[in-house]
Design a protein around this ligand. Structure first.
Ligand code: SF4
Length: 445
């Protein structure tokens, strides 16, 4: 096939926040950068608007990256593209977890990281030798990744179209929490990008703030403190305004690194508390220990180091009863989080948790993948009915995202920080809460 154009597609999943899509399509930007320079390449993000299928033909190679949540949408897009004669390759989280399910409607399925298989796919497609499946789960070093190219930076125009640029510094997580796909999608060995490549990319993309896509950036405070120090010292001189990472509670044990992170313009941690019910700890890979008072102290410590804290909570674990909502809400109110995310436990494919639910016959029937958005109930909880979980979760969302609560969390920044910092901190708190509020509301659209 004489490839005239490569189109990389991100199916819609979240709508827009004040006219912009949430985060820039980082994986697709990387894959687009690996396309040969003489083949035009485009990224089509359905979150930005409807796709123009008329621009696809038999000389277009279409790549679709999809999570579980968007896989039905990905299928609809793939069928449209194939109807127009295009070759369609499907990768991403869902293809990696359950490739056999995707195979019947794709010309090729990508399992694992496409950074090594994608050049081969393009070559095979050009030679009419496309294979049905490409697998890369070696989790090899991030050292040799192709830099994001200038033509992709220009084409994506992320400052105009996206709320927050995305960036990756590390990848992988060894925790293996029973509900999480990270081990299967990113590998259980934590890998690091070379620091100079991170700096070069930030400068060339001209980004002033970013969201780290890393599964568990904070774990590196314990496992790779020297690397963390190098990263923070390298980012300190850059003209960054703020950046944000996902983490676990242990970061509070490293005050020197927290100081360096603050000087490197980091200003917010998303911390996975998951459950405050100690009986659920078996599901959390050993990442939460201690009592509620310890958690409150940890949040205060992070505040003392200038970090906003977004508390992430999940409901529906096996030891959760209907009391879990009130207990968690009390904890949230007493803990002075800057923003809060509440979700329903979701049994994603190939996780130990899903396996147990299948064995116990507790998956609800006829639930579409589009409901695997962490805001729908998809299984029978152990100590509640599905209706109780749904009603409790709705109640929790109404408490957490009530305008008065959102305002209270945002306005706390005004007394916690000097004025020149407080406005940005308050805005950061408001915007995160409003994003979550919208995501929750998106469920019923
Ligand atoms: S610590 Fe976070 S990223 Fe790691 S396995 Fe658990 S939930 Fe997933």
């Amino acid at each position: 096939m004489d490839i005239q154009k490569i189109v990389l597609v991100q199916p819609a999943h979240a709508g827009r926040i004040w006219g912009k899509a949430a985060g820039s399509p980082y994986t697709l930007m990387r894959l687009a950068s690996m396309a040969p320079a003489d083949i035009p390449v485009e990224i089509w993000d359905e979150n930005l608007g409807p796709l123009n299928y008329e621009r696809l033909d038999a000389r277009t190679l279409v790549g679709i990256s999809s999570m579980t949540l968007t896989i039905d949408r990905a299928k609809a897009i793939a069928l449209q593209a194939r109807r127009r004669g295009s070759s369609v390759v499907v990768g991403g989280v869902h293809s990696t977890l359950v490739p056999d399910e995707v195979a019947p409607w794709a010309d090729a399925v990508v399992v694992g990281e496409a950074y090594r298989t994608w050049p081969q796919i393009i070559q095979d497609c050009a030679g009419d030798k496309l294979r049905a499946r490409y697998v890369d789960q070696e989790w090899t070093t991030l050292d040799g990744l192709t830099p994001i190219s200038d033509r992709v930076i220009q084409h994506t125009d992320e400052h105009r179209h996206y709320w927050t640029p995305s960036l990756e510094i590390t990848r992988g997580c060894p925790r293996n929490c029973t509900f999480c796909t990270a081990v299967r999608v990113s590998g259980k060995i934590m890998r690091h990008r070379p620091v100079e490549q991170i700096v070069e990319e930030i400068e060339r993309r001209n980004i002033k703030r970013f969201f780290l896509t890393d599964d568990n950036f904070g774990l590196n405070f314990r496992t790779s403190p020297d690397y963390m120090e190098k990263v923070f010292r390298a980012l300190e001189p850059l003209p960054l305004r703020s950046w944000t990472a996902q983490s676990e509670l242990i970061v509070a044990q490293y005050p020197d690194l927290l100081d360096l992170a603050r000087r490197a313009h980091m200003d917010k941690f998303f911390i996975g508390f998951e459950s405050i019910n100690p009986d659920n700890r078996r599901d959390l890979g050993g990442k939460t220990k201690g009592q509620l008072e310890d958690y409150k102290r940890i949040v205060r410590t992070l505040h003392d180091h200038g970090m906003n804290v977004v508390g992430l909570f999940v409901f529906g674990f096996d030891h959760d009863t209907v009391d879990v909502f009130e207990t968690t809400w009390r904890f949230v109110r007493e803990t002075e989080f800057d923003s809060v995310s509440v979700t329903v436990l979701t049994p994603f494919p190939e996780t130990p948790q899903r396996q147990s639910l299948i064995e116990e016959g507790r998956l609800l029937p006829n639930i579409p993948w589009s409901h695997y958005d962490t805001a729908h109930v998809t299984f029978r909880p152990a100590l509640m009915t599905p209706e109780q979980l749904r009603a409790g979760y709705d109640w929790m969302c109404r408490q957490v995202y009530a305008p008065r609560q959102v305002a209270t969390r945002g306005l706390r920044a005004l007394r916690r920080y000097p004025w020149h910092l407080a406005r940005a901190k308050a805005f950061s708190s408001f915007s995160t809460d409003l994003g979550y509020r919208q995501a929750y509301g998106f469920r019923d659209r």
